[in-house]
Design a protein around this ligand. Sequence first.
Ligand SMILES: *Cc1c(COP(=O)(O)O)cnc(C)c1O
Length: 369
Amino acid sequence: MSIYQNIGLRRVVNASGRVTVLGVSTFSDRVARASVEGGQSYVVIEDLMTRAGELISRHTGAEMSCVASCASAAIALTVAGLVTKGRYTDMMRLPDSSGLANEIVIQKGHSVNYGAPIPTMIRLGGGVPVEVGQANEVCPADIEEAINERTVALLYVKSHHCVQKGMVDIETMRDIAHAHGLPLMMDCAAEEDFRKYVALGADIVCYSGAKALEATTSGFVTGKREYVQYVQPQYHGIGRAMKVGKEQIVGLLEALDQYEERDADAEVAANVAKVDYLVEELGGIKGLRAEKIADEAGRAIYRCRVTLDDEAPEGLTMEAVNGELRSGDPVIWARTEFLNLGKLDFDPRPLNEGDKELIVERLRQIMEA
Ligand SMILES: *Cc1c(COP(=O)(O)O)cnc(C)c1O
């Protein structure tokens, strides 16, 4: 029995991925131990934050970094830093930024909801989101012509949630930003490469700690000193509402070390084997079709996609199948991004021992009922 079952909650079979609605990820014993130890003694928090920033930078190759309570907080604090640029009285009146340069230019196809809207995080930091172009098409001119004396940064969101076609690429956005003396800020919350975008010349990049890193609930900002230096001071202002605990910080640092030492190829191979199992077994159930698909955002993630075929019971919909999976005990939680198109996706990464067999058994029961 898990601690959640002990208080009367259902066990979860997570076939969805690192999603906030299910608690994002689970951490290893190693990360747990670090976090417990961190929680059991005092430390000068300002020193811990500064040191954590130095250690994070070793993993990202950037000049400077700062911890945050999650990637959303990292975005808000970054914007707050870019708007206030270290001016004390401006920092103390955030999120009111009236009269200050505060505009963040973002492509319309990047203005997404990842569980909460990106523009909300910009506004939380005192920023004003300026969406440019159309949802399915943005030109460099849309970005260029939106820049004015109130602009403080361009924001590129690297995510499977974004429109993947018709957008201006990172390099072009970086060049436009730099030509205007502005920073390119990136939201890379769910990305798995902690060096790539810094190396590409992005000036300030936000990551989540609990997603790819499987750390304690946390996040961080990493990039050029010129911009990152304004982030940590925000903890004396709006950042107080996004407080990051000492136990979260040391958990994040341990997870970064752990991530560097992992065998990424072996992990991908193990996940592909689970997907192959699901494709084979689920595809064998009367009424279901199953196939292996790759991640929309190009990460090394493979999933099993299930759809109904001609042999499915008359009138049965994928929505109804998903409803059955969600209402059972244990609850089986698949990805529903394309459910409106009749597609249900299973992510193998968060599955525990015995989970994939349980998914097959439940779907067989549902299809035979
Ligand atoms: C998950 C996500 C976030 C937020 O990350 P948290 O750590 O949960 O705050 C921000 N942006 C994108 C694109 C995400 O996928």
